[in-house]
Design a protein around this ligand. Structure first.
Ligand code: CBY
Length: 434
């Protein structure tokens, strides 16, 4: 009699375990931590003198995976503190959101800076300014939806104020801001899934009140974005490209209720990323920082969990002072490339640069040859230099215009500071709309 009463209970218990089993996170096993070393070396050996964007990405990453490199962390925090004190007004909304996530991760003492400098209030204002810009400029934010998603994520995780109804209005999966041209931006979609999942969880926990329809819509959005992300999965397991895969993994970790187990082979994705690491693909601190959390099974939603920052990874980071093999450009040999600027017309030149040069070197050489045609400006972003103008023609977020980089007519997946050029290549910067 007693047993027959217990049976349905046991069944219920088992049933309730199924969803959490589905939420399986694949991560690098401890014996494979050595394969992550190139990422740590890249983060360790950077100078972090070029503004804060990459410092923030690196600090957040180190905090999330529980790496105890106090020297590096102190250096990064000092830089961030300087930015917060001296130039917060110039910081974009998403950059401030990242600062909050990095300082607030894991209940560490630096969390106080968030309150001392009223960073949550300031983020609320910057988020508001993004929305106002969309209203004034045809739905175009000051920055982009990757940053708006970071804003919502930080406000949601750190109890800031935001309107759930506005989130529902602006984050519909059909919104043009998820796309660059006709291409779905996996990075953007992934960050939105993380933000929407946080909002959904606070609605379910009752931390935030709203009507039933908002919750339902948010679930529908997550499902649709997850489908779009999965449809960008390549044969080798990468999702989008090398650089979006880590964030796509994070999004898929937190949304496993929305896809079938067979829809994604996490282990295959993980193995391909590990191979890419060994081939030196993540050579900038931001690239390394953005991929690391997912490989260790962490997501940005773990930022305000008390325990997330204690991990087995703590130890393997202490011995990272190996000299990296710097690939010196093959002797002193030169290569020559064809470089063009396209607006309506195409302006071309043959440019000779040392072997091993990056795209930026070609642009600088061309500028020296003819400043009127090849003159350009750039600014430092988290991923390195970003071209802001060529021939005096400036990129604009309000108009969704930018200078696109191409090789042989195909868009590059790296910026001017990291793309290494090859002999005989046809390089182009093209005035484009996204
Ligand atoms: N970060 C941001 O605000 C950037 C968000 C992001 C989606 C970002 C990719 C993803 C990420 N993980 O950070 C992004 N790029 C955006 C939004 C944009 C647009 C910037 C303007 C705006 N509205 O904010 C825009 C214009 C569409 C864009 N990226 C252009 C470019 C090209 C830059 C050329 C130039 N003028 O210098 C370029 C080189 C593509 C091209 N062929 O022209 C480009 N982006 C690339 C390659 C990348 C990837 C960088 C990879 C790398 N190893 O260098 C990227 C990771 C990223 C940065 N862009 Co955009 C996407 C990818 O390939 N997975 C938040 C802030 C706080 O740091």
């Amino acid at each position: 009699m007693r047993q027959s009463h217990q049976l349905p209970l046991v069944g219920l218990l088992l049933f309730s375990l199924i969803p959490s089993q589905l939420c399986e996170i694949c991560e690098v096993s401890e014996e494979n931590y050595i394969r992550l070393k190139p990422l740590l070396n890249t983060m360790n050996q950077s100078e972090y003198t070029r503004g804060t964007s990459s410092s923030v990405n690196v600090l957040l990453s180190l905090q999330l995976v529980g790496i105890q490199n106090q020297n590096l962390k102190q250096k990064l925090i000092q830089q961030i503190e300087y930015t917060v004190k001296r130039r917060l007004s110039q910081v974009s909304s998403g950059e401030l959101a990242l600062i909050i996530l990095a300082l607030g991760a894991c209940r560490n003492p630096d969390e106080n800076l968030i309150h001392d400098y009223h960073l949550i209030d300031k983020l609320e204002n910057k988020f508001q300014a993004e929305i106002e810009n969309m209203e004034a400029h045809n739905g175009n934010p000051l920055t982009n939806y990757y940053q708006l998603s970071l804003d919502v994520l930080a406000l949601c995780l750190f109890n800031g104020t935001y309107s759930t109804t506005k989130v529902v209005n602006y984050f519909t999966p059909e919104n043009k801001n998820y796309y660059f041209g006709s291409q779905f931006s996996v990075d953007t979609g992934a960050m939105a899934v993380l933000a929407l999942t946080c909002v959904k969880r606070s609605l379910i926990n009752g931390q935030v009140k709203t009507d039933e329809s908002n919750l339902k819509n948010i679930s529908i959005y997550i499902k649709s974005l997850v489908e779009k992300i999965l449809s960008e999965k390549k044969e080798n397991g990468l999702i989008g490209n090398t650089f979006s895969t880590g964030e796509a993994m994070q999004a898929l970790f937190v949304s496993s209720d929305y896809y079938h187990e067979n829809d994604w082979n996490c282990q295959q994705t993980l193995n391909t990323v590990l191979t890419e690491i060994s081939q030196g693909a993540f050579s900038t601190p931001t690239a390394a920082a953005q991929v690391l959390p997912a490989l260790m099974g962490k997501t940005f939603l773990d930022v305000n969990k008390d325990s997330s920052c204690l991990s087995a990874a703590g130890n393997f980071s202490n011995s990272t002072h190996e000299p990296v093999t710097v690939t010196t450009p093959g002797s002193q040999s030169s290569i020559s490339v064809n470089y063009s600027v396209t607006i309506n017309e195409t302006y071309s030149a043959n440019v000779t640069v040392p072997n091993g040069s990056v795209f930026l070197d070609v642009m600088e050489k061309a500028q020296k040859m003819n400043d009127t045609i090849f003159g350009f400006t750039m600014e430092e972003r988290s991923w390195g230099p970003y071209i802001t103008s060529v021939q005096g023609l400036w990129a604009s977020n309000n108009d969704r215009t930018y200078w696109e980089l191409l090789s042989g007519g195909k868009p590059l997946s790296q910026g001017v500071g990291s793309y290494v050029v090859h002999d005989g290549e046809n390089l182009e910067v093209r005035w484009s709309k996204y």
